[in-house]
Structures are given as structure tokens and as C-alpha cells.
Design a protein around this ligand. Sequence first.
Ligand SMILES: [Cu+2]
Length: 160
Amino acid sequence: MAVHPSLVVFAIVALMAPAISSATEFIVGGDDGWKLGVKYDDWAKDKQFFVGDTLVFKYNAGVHNVYKVNGDDFKSCTVPSNNSLGSFTGNDTIKLATAGNKWYICGTSGHCDGGMKLKITVLDGGAPAPAPSAASTLLATNFQIFLGMIFVIVAVVMVN
Ligand SMILES: [Cu+2]
């Protein structure tokens, strides 16, 4: 059975397009969120962060907060005097706008030393477009898979 190569290529591109172009939203800590007792090194180590992705810190706003710091302040758990990220809502979304190392800590006394600190490396090559909502990403992904399957079927039917 022969399938026209150009159709196969098209199907593969259609299937892979969402993985290449979609921005990802990371819930820091996954289901645990942002709190004491979570190993954020472990959470981050198998993930790739790209420019255009977002981090969401979910936490009890009366107990925790999130500060973006530099590498030295990360090591020493020094809380900055100003909050460069805006307000502490307990559901803080942070867009990863530039590549490089990023450091985040909780500013509540003792919490950074207690493990509430996250270091990530953001890579170039993510989506330049604004991040779509999770729902529209899902729809687009399903639609692309649907499209890919249609082309595979058409390709198979055409050669038979
Ligand atoms: Cu905290």
C-alpha cells in the first residue's frame, strides 16, 4: 500500500503543530500548589519552560506570597522590599517574558528557608503569540488531531 508522501507530511505537520505553537500554563507544584513541604526542584526538573509560557502560583493568600528575586537573593532567601509581580492574590499568573534563569520565593518569614523557592530556566523558542486559554488550546489540539486523521484517511483511500 502506497501513500502519497506529501499527504503524510501534511498529516504529521497538522498533528505536531499544536505542540510547537501552544504556550503552556504551569501550575507551580501541580496539585500541591505553592506551600510548605513541596520539593519544587523535583516539580521543575522534568519540565521545559519556554518564553510565552505562564506560571500560576496557587496558594493561601493569607499565609504565602510570591516574589521574583535574583540568584543571590534566592540563595540567601532575601525578600525584596517591593513586589515586582503585582498583588498577591493566591492565584498569581506570571508570564515568562524572557529567556534565562528565573527565581521565585515565598516572602513569609521562614518559608523560603523551609523550601518555598523555585528556580527555573526559561528557553527561547516558545510561542510568540499570546497564550490562548486552556479551553481553546484543547479545542485546537483536538481539531488538529482530527485534521491529521482526515488526511491520513484521504491518503489511504486515494491510493486504493
Ligand atoms: Cu509561604
